[in-house]
Design a protein around this ligand. Structure first.
Ligand code: SF4
Length: 300
């Protein structure tokens, strides 16, 4: 499978649509920035835009929810077919749970020109998946990946760190992603959002999120290794939005998390003599003193 470095993607959001489980960390209304009242209207606006736009897209992607368990998801895929057939859109992309990928729907996905599936993997530990009420196992993820790859569909892996019950297995992500031929990765630290089960655990003192420095340190180690395996990291942390900001209760939520992670990786590379400090952008070099303190504190 090809590695996915940069694609022109037009997103359509269907928050929570089709979800049979409510994962303990998830508040799609906040993280997608699309409210419950307006998402249907936004779907129609998206089709209207695609109809009148001169632009071409590599893929139109369905994000949020579980499109393969929802009539809305399948309906959007059907409605995208004329755009694919006319060449305006290269293919359909969707983000979904691993257990929604089953042998009986694979051919349908191929027929509907699905070219990429982003799988919510979250963790490589069954214990962690159980702790966050995901309702699937790592074996389900691996089964889904095989089915998709056998049909020529690219797989993007979405992971989280800072989950309850988590251990050192987060550092297995790069090797595992390489072994499973993952075309790209999105990775997020858990942010405690209002109206989630994790928010209740946090308020009761049963869950403590990562702080920003811990998140940067852990993400930097993982991202660096992923890139050493030549696996593109296409997103680090949630995109900020007003809706998200209003819902954040705790955790490493900063607008420039990706830049901080890049700075930490470059800090490590400078320390190891692999690059010169002068070659690092000034905005990233300004954070180096902070990373020195993080290493000295050794609280990562
Ligand atoms: S994480 Fe995915 S599957 Fe879980 S509730 Fe949120 S949208 Fe649904």
């Amino acid at each position: 499978m090809a590695k996915q470095k940069s694609k022109r993607i037009y997103p359509i959001f269907i928050p929570f649509t089709g979800c049979r489980f409510r994962c303990s960390f998830c508040n799609q209304w906040a993280s997608s920035g699309v409210s419950q009242d307006e998402y249907r209207k936004k779907i129609e606006q998206s089709f209207d835009f695609l109809m009148h736009s001169e632009k071409k897209y590599d893929e139109v992607s369905i994000y949020g929810g579980t499109p393969l368990w929802s009539g809305t998801g399948w309906d959007i895929m059907e409605r995208l077919q004329p755009f694919v057939e006319s060449g305006k859109v290269g293919g359909v992309r969707l983000s979904t749970r691993p257990d929604s990928i089953t042998p009986d729907i694979i051919q349908k996905l191929v027929d509907l020109h699905v070219t990429t599936v982003e799988i919510g993997i979250q963790s490589l530990s069954d214990k962690v998946l159980q702790c966050v009420n995901r309702g699937h196992t790592v074996a389900d993820v691996e089964r889904a990946i095989s089915l998709l790859h056998d049909s020529g569909i690219d797989v993007i892996g979405q992971f989280m760190i800072g989950l309850p019950c988590e251990g050192e297995e987060i550092y297995d992500i790069p090797g595992w992603a390489w072994k499973h031929n993952i075309a790209g990765v999105r990775i997020f630290p858990l942010i405690v959002l209002e109206n989630t089960e994790i928010a209740s655990w946090y308020k009761e003192g049963k869950y403590k999120p990562l702080d920003v420095d811990e998140a940067v340190y852990k993400l930097a180690r993982i991202v660096r290794q992923l890139e050493e395996y030549d696996i593109p990291v296409i997103q680090i942390g949630l995109h900020s939005s007003k809706e998200l900001q209003k819902a954040v209760l705790a955790g490493p939520y900063v607008g420039n998390l990706g830049e901080m992670v890049r700075s930490f990786i470059n800090f490590m590379l400078v320390n190891e003599g692999k690059i010169k400090e002068d070659d690092v952008p000034v905005s990233q070099r300004r954070m180096f003193d902070r990373w020195r303190r993080v290493i000295q504190r050794g609280n990562t």
